[in-house]
Design a binder for this molecule. Structure first.
Ligand code: MSP
Length: 673
């Protein structure tokens, strides 16, 4: 049978704009898919958006649009971002962007439900039954609370919501239940017998212990009168499917399960070897629930669910849309090459563990590993071939009579030793990448770079060129460096496709390194006499202080590309409101930022940071009625969250901006249209 490999990312909620965390899973999956494709697998790569449920319904209400319009907007933004990072089909990225609001998915998810319902549990019970869902509900939050989200004060019976600190309401709602409690034993057996089913090991243990503690049946529907935005339960229009059941089934519906539209993708073919990359935050859904649903429907389990760690902010808090501490992909893209970001994401974080993100760390890695490491090896090798050998890769053989000279230059006379080092590095790299140990795999290649750099520095080609007797030694150094470079770009191509394509062409090779299977690499593949291409630096050195200043600057505005006219619908997306500045003060250590507390008509005033401190004293602003961009995504500046933006006329780079105000009395919170 053909080797197939199916890789999926979680489908992202269509309620907020994506941040680095979302980009991360799709980037890593993209690397793995390119790697597997290079190794000869028939691959399929799925990503997309999760578009139903109460949160999207609510977000849409807030934004004054329909849930579908909300989902269209966010799904569009995510696709745009993925394309900007080269993760779209045009750039060899994902095969399909799945959206759970697509009609074929409705049909297929319902078929999945019915397949489950038509079977019995291992104990011979009904898989799905109707009962009452009983839970604690917080009215101000308008949501059900789980055990970690409430506390029962001593001496009281009713728990209180941790956010609002008020007693919760007991709610009962009719619901369909899945007989999860009957699947514990089967799950444990499968997990025990397949050590790679859940990875890494710590996560596997976590699930084993959770399942061993006993499983509760799972509510898998909501009454339509309470949650409208979902897929109807087959045969009962008064209920919609639990959003996780709808979402998880995307992994099979997208490749043709239960529907004709996607049948041609090949469910049978790809589902036999499926790998789900997810964040550890959604592990239980992907193992306990998803595995049980699949078992109940009589379907095989995926090959592996790999739960990676979380990107944290410098204070160690998980980057999230709710906290507003997510790194904005637009800012990343403005300052860094896509390939540098890809390399950093794979090298910096041990896949499976948490990692702190800092721009300084990224700059440091780019400068040391890429500019000074790979980039420098490439440019010095190719420029020496150009200068000393007229742009043609020399034959690197050293004849016996020249051994003595090679040794004198500190070079081993034959290439065997270096070839063995490369073969070993390749074997290790493949082993690590097959296990998704990206950071270890990459580390090994940088040891090769250091070794070859040392070979060049110690043999000093710039001296060899002056001595005719050292012609073969010089040729050998140049050939070995160029051949190493060829191996490196083949191995690194899934991680940095554009940069590796560029180096490949600079070496003078045809096609792309992605066409060579890393397992097939053999020493000597680079033909002597190859004319090298035009050389150019692939990873210019980054100016750390300049970039940091730009990133920290309050005036960080990412110019929208291809900005032409906007439609009235676009304009409506921007919510402008009247605000009154209640307090203002300078932000410590910043010349530019003022921290303002602004009443925008809500229960609580908002903290907004404005980059006008050079032109306005804080007291000049207090009491002013101003214009606030109300629905701007919160972002962090100088460690403080800014929840909106104050509008001002900008009159040129060095002139004072003028804050927009009103001549007549207007109430706080009034919307500008
Ligand atoms: N819609 C569900 C998934 C359904 S899959 C059938 C969901 N969506 S999400 O948008 O909230 O998050 C999706 C994924 O984004 C997380 O599991 C994780 O992979 C990634 N991340 C979100 N924040 C992250 C970090 N701070 N760090 C790393 N990844 C993070 O859950």
């Amino acid at each position: 049978m053909e080797k197939t490999f199916y890789i999926t990312t979680p489908i992202y909620y269509a309620n907020t704009l994506p941040h680095l965390g979302h980009l991360y899973t799709t980037t890593v999956s993209d690397v793995v898919r390119r790697y597997k494709r290079q190794c000869g697998y028939d691959t399929y790569f799925l990503t997309g958006t999760d578009e139903h449920g109460i949160n999207i319904q609510r977000e849409a209400e807030k934004a004054g649009r329909s849930p579908k319009a909300q989902a269209d907007f966010i799904a569009g933004e995510i696709q745009k971002m993925f394309a900007q990072f080269g993760l779209d089909p045009k750039n060899g990225g994902y095969d399909v962007f799945m959206r759970t609001t697509e009609p074929f998915h409705y049909e297929a998810a319902q078929n999945f439900w019915q397949a489950i319902a038509s079977n019995k549990t291992p104990q011979g019970n009904e898989t799905i039954y109707k009962d009452f869902y009983r839970a604690w509900f917080c009215a101000p939050c308008a949501e059900f609370k789980t055990e970690t989200e409430y506390e029962t004060p001593e001496g009281e019976d009713t728990p209180r919501c941790l956010i609002h600190e008020r007693p919760l309401d007991r709610v009962e709602e009719e619901s369909y239940f899945f007989k999860l409690s009957d699947y514990g034993e089967t799950l444990l057996e499968l997990i025990e017998n397949n050590p790679d089913l859940i990875r890494p090991e710590a996560r596997r243990k976590e699930i084993v212990s959770f399942v061993s503690g006993g499983l509760q049946d799972l509510s898998i529907s909501r009454e339509k009168k309470n949650v409208e935005w979902g897929i109807p339960v087959p045969g009962d229009d008064t209920h919609v499917m639990y959003v996780w059941m709808d979402a998880l089934s995307n992994y099979i519906t997208a490749i043709g399960y239960g529907n004709d539209e996607r049948e041609s993708v090949g469910f049978e073919k790809y589902w036999q070897n499926a790998v789900h990359f997810i964040g550890k935050d959604i592990l239980r859904f992907h193992t306990v629930y998803w595995f049980s649903f699949l078992l109940a429907a009589g379907l095989p389990l995926p090959t592996c669910v790999f739960a990676h760690g979380m990107w944290l902010d410098p204070d160690g808090r998980k980057m999230s849309s709710t906290l507003g501490n997510g790194i904005d992909p637009n800012v990343l893209r403005k300052h860094f090459q896509t390939d540098s970001i890809r390399y950093f994401l794979l090298r910096e974080m041990v896949f499976g563990s948490d990692g702190k993100f800092g721009y300084e760390g990224l700059i440091e890695r780019v400068n040391s590993d890429l500019a000074k490491g790979l980039g420098n090896l490439s440019s010095r090798t190719l420029s020496m071939i150009s200068k000393y050998r007229d742009g043609k890769v020399p034959d690197g053989t050293v004849s016996e009579e020249n051994f003595i000279y090679a040794k004198r230059a500190g070079l081993s006379p034959d290439h065997e030793e270096l070839a063995a080092v490369l073969e070993m590095a390749r074997t290790e790299f493949v082993r690590h990448f097959d296990r998704y140990d990206f950071s270890l795999g990459l580390e090994g290649l940088w040891r090769v770079i250091a070794r070859v750099d040392k070979m060049i520095t110690e043999s000093a080609p710039w001296n060899l060129v002056k001595d005719e007797k050292q012609t073969q030694t010089l040729n050998a150094v140049l050939y070995r460096a160029a051949e190493t470079l060829r191996w490196l770009v083949v191995l690194l191509s899934p991680v940095m496709p554009a940069a590796c394509d560029s180096i490949w062409k600079q070496i003078g090779l045809a096609g792309s390194p992605s066409d060579t299977d890393p397992n097939q690499l053999e020493w000597g593949g680079l033909e002597a006499g190859t004319t090298i291409g035009d050389t150019e630096p692939v990873f210019p050195r980054l100016d750390s202080s300049k970039i940091m200043e730009e990133i920290n600057s309050a005036n960080e505005i990412v110019e929208a590309e291809e900005q032409e006219f906007i439609t009235i619908d676009d304009f409506i997306k921007v919510e402008l409101r009247v605000g009154e500045v209640l307090e203002a003060e300078n932000v410590p250590k910043s010349d530019k930022l003022l921290r303002c507390l602004v009443d925008v008509g809500d229960e609580h005033p908002r903290q907004i940071l404005a980059g006008i401190a050079e032109h306005y004293r804080p007291e000049e602003l207090v009491g002013k009625k101003i214009v606030v961009v109300y629905n701007l995504k919160p972002r962090m500046m100088m460690g403080l969250e800014s929840q909106g933006m104050i509008c001002a006329a900008s009159l040129g780079k060095n002139d004072k901006p003028v804050v927009a105000t009103f001549d007549e009395e207007v109430p706080n919170g009034a919307r500008l249209t």
